[in-house]
Design a protein around this ligand. Structure first.
Ligand code: FAD
Length: 395
């Protein structure tokens, strides 16, 4: 018997890809395969917490757990080549994956803009491995050498840099206290090329975030350009800052899959899509990869996924697709303990109430992918600490 179902192949097991697959799981006319190079879902919004002593389980969820009892085929491979004629994807394993409809949700990759030494010497915060490496490095300096670094430098005043810088003082002080280093003075610097932090937000939002960071003791270097990094220093606008701990959060670029497979890209390097998020016939692009108004946020990837799944199911059932309408996200930036800045349409909120809202949003974020009981488990893990060192764990 001929299989009448539409074969949907989704590339990327992140916010957009997983949600598209989940939404399609119960639809009768589709046969879904999710291909990802990771066996876990990375929950990026809490990576800064994992890097600063938070539990690992708050930032990664096994795909097998999310898709338990779902009629979805999950494949572990890295998508390399698109064969348009043959309607198939070729993976780095050499295996091929056919499709009727292809959904691309591959996310973005780190960009060092060719700045000398950054790739070699800086730490990142784009993966679980990055977060663990940074956390272990902070610990190692204290454990092995008996002293913390004198300067910690975070590069990039976007939300990720701000969140990380805000969380560092409490974490480093906690580790130092545990190791009996009470009287050491810490320097945490945040470097941003624009004249203000979170430059895409309204000025009032930037002012509040800057004020909060200064109160936490973070030194802000605004309007400053990073020029080079060596093993023990960072050159910023002609001045060296001594440091063994530089974290680069300032640059991402679209996934190389799109340029190597000759997609049509916008001036932002994202894939041009039409009102159905289609880049080419039967090929759709969502989340960070698509050149849409609010691309670059998990909320947008999630929204795109729900839209995409609905349209694919409609088409499989012989119905007309709906046109895409961008949805403005809610911006929430946590800065240090129990404080967050929120911009919800025109409403600004700063402080403890903002932090509470972020906490609720995180629960909703997990619950978008899991039933409430497992979502609660991951959400609660966000408020627990996980130290790799026995001194810190004990008591
Ligand atoms: C540190 C950090 C904090 C963030 N905080 C927030 C926040 O608080 N709020 C918010 O709204 N947004 C936040 N974001 C942005 C948000 O995470 C992204 O917008 C979102 O992940 C985009 O979803 P996506 O599906 O497009 O890509 P991703 O979620 O990145 O998923 C892409 C997936 O594709 C996989 N993949 C990559 N290459 C291949 C390949 N060749 N073959 C197969 N699979 C592949 C990847 O491993 C990944 O699983 C944050 C991002 C970072 C890095």
């Amino acid at each position: 018997m001929v299989n009448q179902k539409t074969k949907v192949l989704i590339l990327g097991g992140g916010f957009g890809g997983i949600k598209t697959a989940l939404e399609l799981a119960d639809k009768p006319n589709v046969d879904v395969t999710l291909l990802s190079d990771q066996t876990n879902f990375r929950y990026y919004p809490t990576l800064y917490r994992t890097a600063t002593g938070g539990r690992l389980s708050a930032s990664q969820i096994p795909l097998g757990e999310i898709f338990k009892a779902r009629d979805i085929k999950i494949v572990h491979d890295t998508a390399k080549t698109l064969d348009r004629q043959g309607r198939k994807i070729i993976g780095s394993s050499g295996r091929t994956y056919g499709y009727d409809d292809l959904v691309l949700a591959l996310g973005v990759v780190t960009n060092y803009f060719g700045i000398k030494g950054l790739k070699e010497y800086s730490y990142g915060i784009k993966s679980i491995e990055d977060a663990q490496e940074l956390r272990d490095h902070i610990h190692k300096l204290i454990l092995d050498e008996g002293k913390p670094d004198l300067n910690y430098v975070v590069i990039g005043g976007g939300p990720t840099g701000v969140e990380l810088a805000g969380a560092l003082p409490t974490h480093i002080k906690h580790v130092m206290d545990r190791h009996g280093l009470h009287d050491k003075k810490l320097h945490i610097d945040l470097v941003e090329a624009a004249p203000r932090l979170v430059p895409r937000m309204p000025k009032e939002y930037s002012r509040a975030v800057q004020g909060r960071l200064r109160r936490l003791g973070i030194k802000l270097y605004l309007n400053q350009t990073v020029q080079a990094e060596t093993t023990d220093s960072l050159m910023v606008s002609g001045h060296p800052i001594k440091s063994h701990t530089v974290v680069w959060t300032a640059g991402v670029t679209n996934h190389p899959f799109f340029s190597s497979n000759e997609f049509s890209l916008s001036e932002h390097g994202k894939v041009k899509v039409d009102e159905y998020l289609s880049a080419e016939p039967n090929i759709y692009v969502i989340g960070d990869n698509a050149d849409t108004l609010y691309s670059g946020m998990a909320q947008t990837a999630l929204y795109d996924a729900v839209f995409m799944a609905d349209n694919l199911a409609r088409q499989a059932a012989g119905k007309r697709p709906r046109a895409y309408r961008p949805k403005k996200p809610i911006y929430v930036t946590p800065v240090g303990p129990r404080w967050a800045a929120v911009l919800w349409n025109k409403v600004h909120l700063y402080g403890w109430l903002g932090w509470l809202l972020r906490s609720v949003a995180d629960f909703a974020g997990y619950h978008d992918y899991e039933p409430w009981w497992t979502a609660s488990k991951h959400w609660l893990a966000e408020y627990e600490t996980e130290d790799s060192c026995p001194t810190c764990t004990g008591g």
